[in-house]
Design a protein around this ligand. Structure first.
Ligand code: ADP
Length: 219
């Protein structure tokens, strides 16, 4: 087991998927939900599970949640419960509290009460899928700022056997290939003589516009 310990409150679709993934990654996870069935469903997958009402301070105290490194409030629909649980986790001294928000307003309230990070799973997934639908080679991306992105692009057939020198996206579009993920391993900071193959994934950094133009040129 790795060092970090997580407490996930709310084992709905988001909370249970998050909790299971953290366990897969080797972390210890306590899952809490007031719904017995939700807890039952997760009991074999998580390190510990408890049926409990998370808006009850004494309950959270007795479960020792303050000893956890990170608490995730994955309650969506019941905004009151989400806010109360978040305040309690902060007050009890959980080092990092992450909460899921169902709307911008819900998120703003969570920020006002001092949550360390607000996540908007439905909104963010919608945006991500939209990007992937309009860019067929886009596998994943991270927005570094409003303008800059790191994108993972599948190498299309037309670039099979093309060297970075010939492709030269830096000179043509202003974006750079910072890594090439090949089936046999990843090449970090590839050189001009490195050659792309169809099954590779190139990691590109640049402005959104540069990456878009580069992608369009090879689609
Ligand atoms: P999702 O959309 O991710 O499925 P939901 O809001 O539907 O999210 O699910 C949230 C989960 O949180 C449910 O399983 C619900 O039983 C649980 N939950 C809601 N309020 C509380 C509370 N006060 N204490 C503990 N668990 C709660």
């Amino acid at each position: 087991m790795k060092n970090h310990q997580f407490v996930i409150i709310g084992l709905g679709r988001f909370g249970s998927s998050l909790a299971r993934e953290l366990v897969e990654l080797g972390y210890e996870v306590l899952g809490i939900d007031k719904d017995e069935e939700a807890v039952q469903d997760m009991s074999q997958h998580l390190t510990h599970t408890v049926v409990a009402e998370s808006t009850d301070e004494e309950v959270l105290r007795s479960l020792g949640v303050r000893n956890f490194d990170c608490g995730v409030v994955a309650i969506g629909d019941d905004i009151q419960a989400s806010i109360l649980t978040t305040i309690l986790l902060k007050d009890l001294g959980v080092k990092k509290v992450v909460a899921k928000a169902m709307s911008e307003l819900h998120g703003r309230v969570l920020e006002k009460i001092g949550v360390d990070r607000v996540v908007y799973p439905e909104r963010d997934m919608g945006i991500r899928v939209a990007h992937q639908l309009v860019s067929p080679n886009l596998l994943d991306y991270i927005e570094l700022s409003k303008d800059y992105t790191i994108a993972e692009l599948a190498v299309p057939k037309c670039l099979n056997g093309v060297s970075l020198q010939d492709l030269n996206p830096r000179a043509k579009f202003g974006c750079s290939i910072v890594a090439i993920n090949k089936p046999r391993g990843i090449i970090i900071a590839p050189t001009a003589t490195d050659v792309l193959a169809e099954k590779d994934v190139m990691v590109v950094i640049g402005t959104n516009q540069q990456i878009e133009q580069f992608e369009e040129s090879v689609t």
